[in-house]
Design a protein around this ligand. Sequence first.
Ligand SMILES: *Cc1c(COP(=O)(O)O)cnc(C)c1O
Ligand code: SF4
Length: 347
Amino acid sequence: MSNWQKQWIDSVTAPVVLAERFGVDTRALDDVVQRYPMRITPYYLDLIEQPGDAIWRQCVPDARELLPCAEDCDPLHEERLSPVPLLVHRYPDRVLLLASGQCAVYCRFCTRKRKVGCPIMGVTDEALEAALDYIARTVQIRDVILSGGDPLLLEDDRLEKLLHRLRAVPHVEMIRIGSRVPVTLPERITEGLCSMLRRYHPLYFNTHFNHPSELTPQAMEACRRLADAGLPLGNQTVLLRGVNDSPAIMQRLVRGLLKIRVRPYYLHHMDLAAGTGHFRTRIETGLDIVAALRGPVSGLAVPHYVIDSPGGKGKIPLLPEYLVRLGDTALLRTPSGETITFPNSEM
Ligand SMILES: *Cc1c(COP(=O)(O)O)cnc(C)c1O
Ligand code: SF4
């Protein structure tokens, strides 16, 4: 068994372990983990400095997950957009392939918490075969995004088999891997994995850092290996109340990401998923953060702030208001708040 698999098996899956380690009362959490599983790798657990901090909130179950709520279990209607199990086909030229049902850490804010880590995720060889078959016969698909769960919890040979099959489809021009293991289980990013991945270019990698204290030497090394293997690295952050909902934290996060060659890609507003309401911020919070990044930090570090529209209607980009008025003379607002005019004619 490899090192990362040992770490995964040694993960904490019962709240009582947290009670012993941190001296807090976790009895109310047993009901939560019945419904939404818990898993925290030893590595990620070590990043917790005290109960209630940004790492804790992301991975430790919270009684509020079971509050009755108006939210949907599947707000993005992924099941309805699924032509065959394990595929979400919302945009014509790209699909999500849910290649693994498991993650290194079960994030409490996860949009797919209705099924990650649960048997209903349904990742079986037959289902994967049917999904590959759909991709092979759907010629509009240019871009396949491996997601889950976390596709990097597949062992190297299973992952390679999948990449090999996708590469053999002539219309699949590129493959993306969406994985949180650089953040939660960085040992998974071995030299062996990277030398396998580099044989399947063009291969892109999106990871998921939410807070600057996740930028550890181990996470940096994982990203260095991936970048050295030629994978362009992007990052998707979820805007989380009590975790990263401040301009100062986001500035540190995005600057830290650029330093390790990871380009901030999306800042996601929380989806309306059941059991995650306590993480939701107002939209103004996200707009203020984007406004605080635009100007003070490299343009490369500014992610697109998006809301994934309920009902599966796609991602909606949101920007602070820079365009005041069009016309023969446009009225624009600069990032520092000045209003200027700009001629708007073709000569
Ligand atoms: C976000 C998403 C994608 C990828 O979108 P990009 O904007 O190309 O990164 C593809 N399919 C689904 C269902 C998505 O939610
Ligand atoms: S790693 Fe991704 S899929 Fe897994 S629990 Fe976290 S957000 Fe959800």
